[in-house]
Design a protein around this ligand. Structure first.
Ligand SMILES: [Zn+2]
Ligand SMILES: [Zn+2]
Length: 387
């Protein structure tokens, strides 16, 4: 079901520590952050919550772990089904209302952002709207809304509040917070909203509606991240297969034309990651030197694709990532390092298979890589341009 988060206070999620004195929130919310908020809500309302209890999960000791305790007062607890289902529900990334992730193949005019985008896969890299039709373009990333590059509104938490909100870094210095405070701001009327949308699967609207207010992200104990949760739509739309095949065929034709390929025996199609993906490349440095063929094979293996397709081109941003699992007991709360393929990354495939076979296979995938239950590795077909 589609779910909306309506924030009533600014939030800080992720927290990239840019320089040593301030922390900036990211502009989207991964599924695991929402799951953690749900867990905190359950624990705060649990009759049997014991902050010192240690539970061993897959050989790792954890605190603040939500599991159904099946004790006398659990049977009439209003959170019973949420508590029982928490480990099984699937939560997508949440994005600012009406936005989409910019595919990494899009380029924007360097002179005038109103000139729009060209897609490197199906168009030549120049702006046709500039005088002479050869304007310079550059790659863009981030979010898109109504066909334009979009940014959320971020605000420093106010001066008086900083004292309440500031944490203290290890070296004792203060740092301040740059929080997400609005997704929409009308300069004329002063209207503001901070609304994020995503999907939760495996819960009924009734089970979710029990939650009056959720607290998402960091610094929730001092009032950040407060939001109302509403269900927008119970059912998910399933795409029309014949329309998808038509769009794939059109992309294939445009891709071949743009790249001067004359080969009716093979087809090209592309996917774009609509969330970050945690992939295991089997070695530390993805960017180390290797031949093009090796590189393509490494990607196909990391994606775990078991279909007769080849990786043709990769437009990806990959970085080494090591998260923190705060429920872990002990000093080392770091998770195993993984490679994070950034949302928006595009991969072009080449195949001799018909598109209905491609759709059957890719449609059966939950996503690529690890942690798909928390929305990582989600993808869509990329048909070129802003789509
Ligand atoms: Zn231009
Ligand atoms: Zn071929």
């Amino acid at each position: 079901m589609k779910v909306r988060l309506n924030f009533i206070s600014p939030f800080v999620v992720g927290g990239i520590k840019l320089v040593s004195n301030y922390i900036e929130s990211i502009d989207y919310i991964p599924g695991n952050v929402i799951r953690a908020a749900l867990a905190r809500y359950i624990l705060n309302n649990c009759h049997y919550y014991d902050p010192d209890e240690v539970v061993t999960i897959d050989g790792i000791q954890k605190k603040n772990w939500v599991y159904f305790k099946d004790k006398p007062r659990c049977s009439d607890c209003k959170l019973q089904t949420l508590c029982q289902k928490l480990g099984d529900i699937r939560i997508s990334f949440f994005y600012p209302k009406d936005t989409m992730v910019i595919p990494s193949t899009l380029m924007m005019c360097k002179m005038d952002p109103h000139h729009g985008f060209v897609d490197r896969l199906i168009q030549q890299p120049r702006c046709a709207k500039c005088e002479g039709g050869r304007g310079r373009v550059e790659f863009v990333s981030g979010l898109l809304k109504d066909g334009k590059k979009y940014n959320v509104v971020k605000s420093f938490v106010t001066r008086t509040a900083i004292n309440r909100y500031t944490g203290t870094a290890k070296d004792g210095s203060l740092y301040s917070l740059l929080a997400v405070s609005a997704t929409l701001q009308d300069q004329n009327t002063g209207y503001e909203e901070n609304v994020f949308e995503g999907q939760i699967l495996g819960l009924t609207p009734q089970e979710l509606s029990i939650i009056d207010e959720l607290r998402i992200g960091k610094y929730t104990s001092v009032g950040l991240g407060r939001c109302n949760v509403t269900v927008m739509d119970e059912k998910m739309d399933t795409p029309d297969v014949s329309k998808v095949i038509q769009s794939l065929k059109e992309f294939d034709a445009q891709y071949k034309r743009n790249n001067g390929i004359n080969d009716d025996g093979c087809r090209y199609f592309a996917i774009k990651f609509i969330s970050d993906a945690k992939l295991d490349f089997g070695f530390a440095d993805v960017n180390e030197y290797m031949s093009t063929d090796q590189y393509k094979a490494v990607w196909l293996k990391a994606l775990g694709i078991n279909l007769d397709v080849q990786v043709e081109k990769v437009y990806a941003e990959v970085f080494n990532f090591r998260g923190y699992d705060t429920s872990k007991v002990g000093e080392d709360k770091r998770e195993q390092p993984v490679h994070m393929v950034e949302k928006g990354s595009v991969i072009v495939f080449k195949t001799h298979l018909a598109f209905d076979k491609v759709i059957d296979y890719f449609g059966s995938l939950e996503g690529f890589g690890q942690d798909t239950d928390n929305g990582f590795g989600k993808f869509d077909y990329h048909f070129g341009g802003v789509c």
